[in-house]
Design a protein around this ligand. Structure first.
Ligand SMILES: Nc1ncnc2c1ncn2[C@@H]1O[C@H](COP(=O)(O)OP(=O)(O)OP(=O)(O)O)[C@@H](O)[C@H]1O
Length: 283
């Protein structure tokens, strides 16, 4: 769909203004497979919200519908009171939603600095002809852009890595750089897809600190998919659990850990009853 043919975002009449994101009866069907079925949740401004579930539950498909990668089969995505369902990914990004990916996506052969400079470029403030003729305006704006990127990278403790090629960074630093790149677009909602995947326990703890830090520093609302339970339970205030495309539970980490359907989804049928028996025996 071209930008000119994009549906105009509509104000959603009933959206609660304090919610940054509302997912309403969202479904996605691939051929015969209902990957997401009537998914619903709301994320208040400033919250840290977790989306979990076994492999293939539909979590990434939800992310892809929020960010415009997939058009929902039905249902709505409301962002800051505006219906953004079906808009192109770049428009959704410009409106203030940024994401990271399950498999880190960086410009692997570029430097750390250039990875962030590229993310800033849509806001560079010079025209195509300024850049072709390398005029004074271009030089000044490029210098400003580099200074901003350096300052920004120091927030992520990557200031000593500016000239390093992205692919040569240790894994934990590549994750930090990916988050920095996403935040360079100045979003208000950040979607993190399995940020702790492949991390050792020390790196996971550092990541949890970083997520708390960026929420405060950049005034963010954060939606997180994560398989490492220690990370999800440790930082999320509310968690939605999916299984076979459906929401099977919603609550605080403590509520989720004790939910029978969640235990069965992760451990198999009958396991909730077994764990109850075990609890009673212990008592
Ligand atoms: N583009 C697609 N075409 C067809 N089927 C798809 C497509 N994308 C996802 N699916 C299917 O939809 C279902 C949900 O996939 P999804 O990737 O959303 O799950 P997930 O919960 O993110 O899993 P994981 O934790 O393993 O990443 C799976 O059965 C998957 O095979």
């Amino acid at each position: 769909m071209s930008a000119a043919n994009q549906p105009t975002p509509k104000a959603a009449e009933t959206a609660a203004p304090e919610n940054t994101l509302e997912i309403r009866k969202l479904s996605k069907v691939f051929g015969g497979l209902r990957a997401v079925n009537n998914m619903e949740f709301s994320i208040p401004k400033g919250a840290l919200f977790g989306l979990i579930g076994p492999n293939g539950a539909g979590k990434t498909t939800v992310f892809n519908m929020i960010t415009g990668v997939y058009e929902p089969t039905s249902g709505d995505v409301i962002f800051n009171g505006t219906n953004i369902t079906g808009l192109e990914p770049h428009l959704i990004n410009q409106m203030g939603i940024a994401r990271t990916f399950q498999n880190i996506r960086l410009f692997q052969s570029l430097s750390v600095l250039d990875n962030v400079r590229i993310a800033y470029h849509p806001h560079a403030g010079y025209s195509m002809s300024d850049s072709i003729f390398h005029n004074h305006k271009y030089e000044v704006k490029e210098k400003e852009l580099t200074e901003r990127a350096v300052e920004f990278l120091s927030v992520f403790n990557l200031q000593d890595r500016l000239r390093e090629t992205a692919k040569n960074l240790p894994y934990g630093e590549q994750r930090r750089l990916e988050i920095a790149r996403a935040l360079a677009a100045n979003p208000s909602l950040l979607l993190l897809d399995e940020p702790a995947a492949g991390m050792n326990p020390n790196e996971s703890v550092a990541l949890m600190d970083l997520i708390h830090f960026i929420r405060e520093r950049f005034n963010l609302t954060i939606l997180l998919i994560e398989h490492q339970m220690r990370v999800v339970m440790g930082i999320c205030e509310t968690i939605a659990v999916m299984d076979f495309g459906e929401r099977i539970a919603l609550g605080t980490p403590q509520e989720i850990q004790n939910d029978q359907r969640v235990i069965e989804a992760y451990l198999g049928p009958g396991s909730a009853a077994l764990s109850e028996k075990f609890k009673r025996k212990k008592n």
